[in-house]
Design a protein around this ligand. Structure first.
Ligand code: EMZ
Length: 385
């Protein structure tokens, strides 16, 4: 089996019953597995809410390490839409030519550095660095700030020792408090200042609300983007023919990126809390219990995707849900897509081949399912064109 392969552990359960079950910290989850059901439940925000206790819709639940509500992620309509409208234009900035040019410069220089090395551990030396540097563009702060963020590691709430690390979370919260105070004293063109100047329903955002947006911006796109970058490198290492094809037909890059994101599904699932007694796939769901929308499973649903377990690099019709679906579709998706687009262009320009030397897979333990989501480490060698 190829080292870059990500198998689908949900197939049997999806076909046989349409749902799975897992116990997350004694707060069980009914996992919705089929594409149609996932979309239907995502759409039904009245019954399956996001605005539950902060941290509870995340799996593993973060209720023990976080009381601040992430915004707009943990807010239901109609208020969700009001917050979303405030932040949305900022999260579309990656489409601006100047932003893209800066991103190109960052990724070009990182790939140049990487080409000089005999081996590179992709997660720590490449993906984490790339994600953190790119995030300085989203925040519109100096590139040096990425050094601090790199020191936090691949997840702001999880460490190697523990799945939910309260001390680590506090580092992030303190950092955010400090940045907000700095921007109050010295307003600028950064995201903090932008949020401080924003209003919702005629009222300035409170510090708590600002913090909620910032925690989401730091946490939400971190391990997910890192996994997407790392898995892309592993994929192209083992599929030089795909890299070659994109070199010859760069107009396919857009399709390739959607397909890689579908196949990797960097975020396996996201929870919701039932507001009333209901059922999914004929299975009873109690009021105030959790379901999850299993994006990774929906993205392998053979009734929607031909050759669902293969990367079809030029797949044209691709209604994947890797960035979620409906009201809460990923706020950072534009930024993430730009990162992958610029990365693929840079690989095409500069890299002939990539060799995987050794690796350790990152396997998520989801009760009856075990899912590879990426790697804990992967050493490779980049070879120049
Ligand atoms: C939350 C989540 C958002 C959560 C779209 O996902 O990402 C997770 O990595 C974070 O731990 O707090 O932001």
């Amino acid at each position: 089996m190829k080292k870059s392969k990500i198998t689908d552990p949900f197939e049997k359960a999806r076909l046989e019953k349409g749902y799975g079950e897992m116990n997350d910290q004694n707060d069980p989850v009914v996992m919705v597995l089929g594409h149609k059901d996932v979309r239907r439940c995502a759409h039904n925000w009245k019954t399956f809410q996001s605005g539950a206790e902060p941290g509870r819709i995340v799996i593993p639940s973060e209720v023990n390490i976080r009381d601040i509500r992430q915004i707009p992620f943990e807010v239901d309509p109609p208020l969700h839409g009001v917050y979303r409208a405030v932040v949305e234009p900022w999260f579309k900035r990656p489409l601006e030519a100047e932003y893209e040019a800066k991103l190109k410069k960052q990724i070009n220089s990182l790939v140049d550095e990487t080409l000089k090395k005999d081996t590179v551990e992709v997660i720590r030396e490449f993906s984490l660095v790339l994600q953190s540097r790119a995030l300085t563009l989203l925040f519109n702060v100096p590139n040096e700030e990425s050094e601090t963020w790199i020191s936090w590691g691949t997840h702001v709430f999880r460490s190697e020792e523990t799945a939910l690390d309260a001390d680590k979370a506090n580092i992030l919260y303190d950092y955010i408090d400090k940045q907000i105070e700095n921007s109050i004293k010295n307003p600028g063109a950064d995201f903090y200042s932008k949020l401080l100047a924003s209003e919702v329903n005629g009222q300035k955002l409170t510090k708590e609300e600002i913090k909620g947006v910032l925690i989401l911006t730091f946490a939400g796109g971190r391990d997910t983007v890192i996994n997407a970058i790392t898995n892309s490198i592993a994929y192209f290492a083992e599929h030089p023919e795909s890299l070659e094809r994109l070199r010859k037909e760069p107009e396919l890059i857009h399709f390739a990126i959607e397909e890689l994101v579908r196949y990797f599904s960097p975020l396996t699932q996201m929870g919701r809390v039932a507001t009333e007694e209901t059922q999914v796939c004929g299975h009873a769901v109690k009021a105030d219990s959790r379901i999850s929308l299993c994006w990774a499973s929906a993205n392998r649903d053979a009734s929607v995707f031909d050759n669902a377990n293969e990367v079809v690099i030029d797949r044209k019709i691709n209604p994947h849900v890797a960035f979620g679906f409906g009201t809460h579709n990923c706020l950072g998706a534009t930024h993430a897509r730009q990162i992958l687009k610029v990365l693929v262009h840079t690989l095409i320009d500069k890299v002939q081949s990539i060799a995987i030397l050794d690796y350790k897979e990152n396997i998520e333990d989801l009760g009856e399912f075990k899912r590879k989501v990426g790697y804990d480490k992967i050493n490779v060698k980049f070879n120049a064109k």
